[in-house]
Design a protein around this ligand. Structure first.
Ligand code: ADP
Ligand code: MG
Length: 228
């Protein structure tokens, strides 16, 4: 793997919560457009690693570099700006804002980036149409199925055209059919846009959508030999 191609990198990252070593020594390199699955049992440190990579949690030691720049060297403002412009997020329970329609939820990241409401709504509408979600645009999250809600969350994560989407157990609360649909949508849309995806899952079927699997166990990372 050539150094130039690496978009996001964690090197010897450690993070403790009191006596708990959430990350002991984690290493990960993500190239542009690559879909990487972080696998491993509950409590292994997967979410902590994802949060370190996304600049949400600051490691106690080690470095996280995005496009060659150390995230720890950025100001808090710089890191939150980076999260809004370059990163997208999908969580286990969608985390859509219940008071907003699905369309407004998808427009929200653009509004937070200072875009005006009309063009933001227009882009959100296009994004929903592209992902075959026009039917749910006017509905509130409480009025759609879990799978539809997660697909809306995918639309919201991608609408700003981020370079990296972080997805933490995006299918964890879904039945297997809806889970497959969400993974198909997420990976196809990411590939089309050359967006990298860091996917946390403990389901092999979900990890199978990735290019590469990395096992996290007791706060340590290990690359699997087999790649697709
Ligand atoms: P995973 O996502 O693989 O289930 P996590 O990264 O969430 O694992 O957690 C790793 C370990 O760190 C666990 O023992 C967990 O309880 C602990 N941990 C994670 N976040 C916190 C926190 N904010 N405060 C205290 N302990 C935490
Ligand atoms: Mg987790």
């Amino acid at each position: 793997m050539s150094a130039e191609a690496v978009l996001l990198e964690a090197a010897e990252v450690r993070k403790a919560y009191g006596p708990t070593e959430a990350l002991d020594c984690a290493n990960l390199r993500v190239r542009a457009g690559e879909i990487v699955a972080l696998m491993g049992p509950s409590g292994a440190g997967k979410s902590t690693l994802l949060h370190c990579l996304a600049g949400i949690v600051r490691p106690d030691a080690g470095t996280v570099r995005y496009q060659g720049a150390d995230l720890a060297a950025l100001s808090d403002r710089g890191r939150s700006a980076l999260r809004r412009t370059d990163f997208g997020f999908v969580f286990q329970f969608g985390q859509l804002v219940p008071e907003l329609t699905c369309l407004e939820n998808v427009a929200l990241p653009m509004r937070l980036n200072g875009e005006r409401s009309r063009p933001a709504a227009e882009r959100a509408r296009e994004m929903l149409a592209e992902l075959d979600l026009t039917d749910v645009a006017a509905k509130r999250p409480g009025e759609v199925s879990g799978g539809q809600g997660q697909r809306v969350a995918v639309a919201r994560a991608l609408v700003t055209r981020p370079r990296v989407v972080f997805a933490d157990e995006p299918t964890g609360a879904l039945d297997s059919l809806s889970g497959e649909q969400v993974m198909q949508l997420l990976t196809a849309a990411a590939r089309e846009r050359n967006t990298a995806v860091v996917l946390v899952t403990h389901e092999a079927r979900v990890a199978a959508y990735s290019d590469r699997e990395v096992v996290v166990r007791d706060g340590r990372t290990r690359e699997l030999e087999a790649t697709r």
